[in-house]
Design a protein around this ligand. Structure first.
Ligand code: ARG
Length: 233
């Protein structure tokens, strides 16, 4: 593995995929969200200016491996597979894969996904679950359509091109809120996951600082407040 990226210009660089409200998304072209607020805290602590790279979700690990960024904050689930290539901070959010269907769909529970055509965001844990890449899934869908953006999967769902979208629960709630006349989120979920911030393997100096910030934000109640703010907006 290569050398760890050094910071020379006063800039702390985060890579993300800003298609994931409320964790990172564009509001009037500005990237905002829960992860951005955490990232700003990290930059403040280090006395550095935060810069954000917005790339496809599936290239985020490579961003770290090729020294394009110092860390990845992207509602990224800490998985064993990813741990082969990056180190993760302490977890900061519990998540699951949710199922979104059109109103009136005959998909009422997780097992109803068997034999259905499902849309996912490429390279996500929802993608892994539906394609059963790691062999742990109990559901056999008919097909998986992979999208670069969750919003494109939602458009295809509304237009009847797929039967369901599998995506993380909090973004799922946001998508359904915006299309509440057409879509519903099922009560059943598919996985149990934890989000964490990723750094280059072996970058313990940065990882320790990030864990410090997360610990402070958890114990002060600030993290909960931020999450609540995005829940109600
Ligand atoms: N939690 C899921 C994963 O780690 C999805 C994350 C998608 N994040 C994003 N910014 N688009 O695979």
């Amino acid at each position: 593995s290569g050398a760890i990226k050094t910071i020379t210009d006063g800039t702390l660089t985060m890579s993300t995929n800003a298609e994931f409200e409320p964790f990172e998304y564009r509001d009037n072209d500005k990237i905002v969200g829960i992860d951005v607020e955490i990232a700003n805290k990290i930059a403040d602590k280090l006395g550095l200016e935060l810069k954000i790279n917005d790339v496809e979700f599936a290239s985020l690990i490579m961003e770290l491996q090729t020294n394009k960024c110092d860390f990845v904050a992207a509602g990224m689930t800490a998985t064993d597979d990813r741990r082969k290539n990056v180190d993760f901070s302490d977890p900061y959010f519990d998540a699951s894969q949710a199922i979104i269907v059109p109103k009136g769909s005959n998909i009422k529970s997780r097992t109803d996904l068997n034999g259905k055509n499902v849309g996912v965001q490429q390279g996500t844990t929802g993608d892994t679950f539906c394609t059963n890449e790691d062999g742990t899934s109990d559901i056999k869908v008919a097909s998986v359509k992979r999208y670069n953006k969750g919003s494109d999967a939602i458009s295809d769902l509304i237009n009847g091109r797929i039967d369901a979208v599998v995506i993380d629960n909090f973004p799922a709630t946001k998508f359904v809120q915006k299309n509440s006349d057409k879509l519903v989120k099922l009560d059943d979920s598919l996985t149990s996951e934890q989000y964490a911030i990723a750094v280059q393997k072996g970058n313990t100096a940065l990882l320790d600082q990030i864990d410090e910030v997360l610990k402070e934000m958890k114990s002060s109640g600030e993290l909960d407040q931020i999450i609540e703010k995005y829940q109600s907006s």
